[in-house]
Design a protein around this ligand. Structure first.
Ligand SMILES: NC(=O)c1ccc[n+]([C@@H]2O[C@H](COP(=O)([O-])OP(=O)(O)OC[C@H]3O[C@@H](n4cnc5c(N)ncnc54)[C@H](OP(=O)(O)O)[C@@H]3O)[C@@H](O)[C@H]2O)c1
Length: 286
């Protein structure tokens, strides 16, 4: 298959481009080649032959979205809508990547794909509008959450590096979800391709217990303790204390993954196992 991928300098785009390059022909579309913020730039797709378009590109900083709402709308909502329209016209499938932040997260429990999104932030609202446009054009959406992997440092890498350096550790303990490992996400995308690129929304996170950033950090420290590595104590923080967070964050956004499970024929593996794989390779590469 010829697979065009946007955002190939980002965490998810890098992982997808690397993973799919073996069995498929990958056409990488980093921002330098295809700037989603430039109206009309999607015409570049007219010059390319591809069977599927994957769109992980997006403005992912919540604070940047609050500060630059027009840019966020253009990149996270209007551009995916334009891409989805082009894909529908050409009869090719599009898979767009979205977020658990489309939910307001007021109620504990697992969010299903049927639950009505009610985003709190500009980021969440623009991502929700991008989703709606892609789904209306017959495309597919994968919502991911707390993504980590070897492509680009994320929260678990910060905790690991600080713990190994003996620095103070703190993490928010009252905000809940389930993380997504890029390596597993790539396998789920491959399964989606093999299943004939079905339309609709899929919640795509790892399984296992619902956790907080504090819970994830505890898991990392337990992994290090198992290897005899002493670490500093971990302080629990409250979401309301996080003054650097100017954009509101939803509290309870762990996602029900039954639709993904039906696609895979099995449950996505426990995030703790995925995290240990990631930490193992981080320690080996140090
Ligand atoms: N990371 C998470 O925890 C998380 C959680 C939930 C949902 N998601 C969703 O998953 C998707 C992938 O996230 P990620 O972690 O890979 O994000 P990321 O590492 O921040 O990468 C974002 C990508 O989008 C590109 N981009 C930004 N503005 C662009 C523009 N104007 N034109 C073209 N490309 C542009 C970036 O290019 P540059 O490198 O040039 O800036 C980068 O390649 C996003 O849509 C995000 O909403 C992520």
């Amino acid at each position: 298959m010829r697979i065009a991928i946007t955002g190939t300098t980002g965490r998810v785009g890098t992982a997808l481009a690397r993973h799919l390059a073996g069995p498929h022909e990958v056409i990488g579309l980093p921002r330098t080649r295809f700037d989603l913020a430039a109206p009309g730039s999607e015409q570049i797709l007219g010059e390319l032959e591809f069977d599927v378009l994957l769109n992980p590109a997006g403005i992912t900083s919540l604070e940047q979205c609050e500060d630059e709402p027009l840019l966020a709308r253009r990149v996270n909502a209007d551009a995916p809508a334009a891409l989805a329209a082009i894909c529908r016209e050409r009869g090719v499938k599009m898979l767009h990547f979205s977020t658990d932040y489309v939910f307001d997260g007021r109620e504990p429990g697992l969010r299903t794909e049927d639950e009505l999104p009610s985003p709190l932030s500009v980021y969440g609202k623009t991502k929700r509008d991008g989703e709606l446009a892609v789904l209306a054009a017959g495309g597919a959406v994968m919502r991911v959450s707390w993504v980590f992997g070897p492509e680009k440092p994320a929260f678990p890498d910060q905790i690991l590096d600080r713990a190994l350096a003996g620095q103070e550790l703190a993490a928010v303990a009252d905000k809940f979800s389930r993380p997504t490992f890029t390596r597993d996400l790539c396998e789920w995308v491959e399964a989606w391709l093999e299943a004939g690129t079905p339309a609709g929304c899929f919640h795509a996170s790892n399984g296992g217990p619902v956790t907080s950033w504090y819970g994830m950090a505890l898991e990392i420290l337990a992994y290090l303790a198992d290897r005899g590595i002493a670490t500093p104590p971990l302080k629990a923080l409250a979401l309301d204390e996080m003054t650097a967070f100017r954009a509101p964050r939803p509290r309870h956004t762990a996602m029900d993954t039954r639709r993904l499970e039906a696609l895979l024929g099995k449950a996505p593996r426990d995030w703790r196992e995925a995290m240990r794989d990631h930490l193992e390779s981080r320690l080996i590469s140090r």
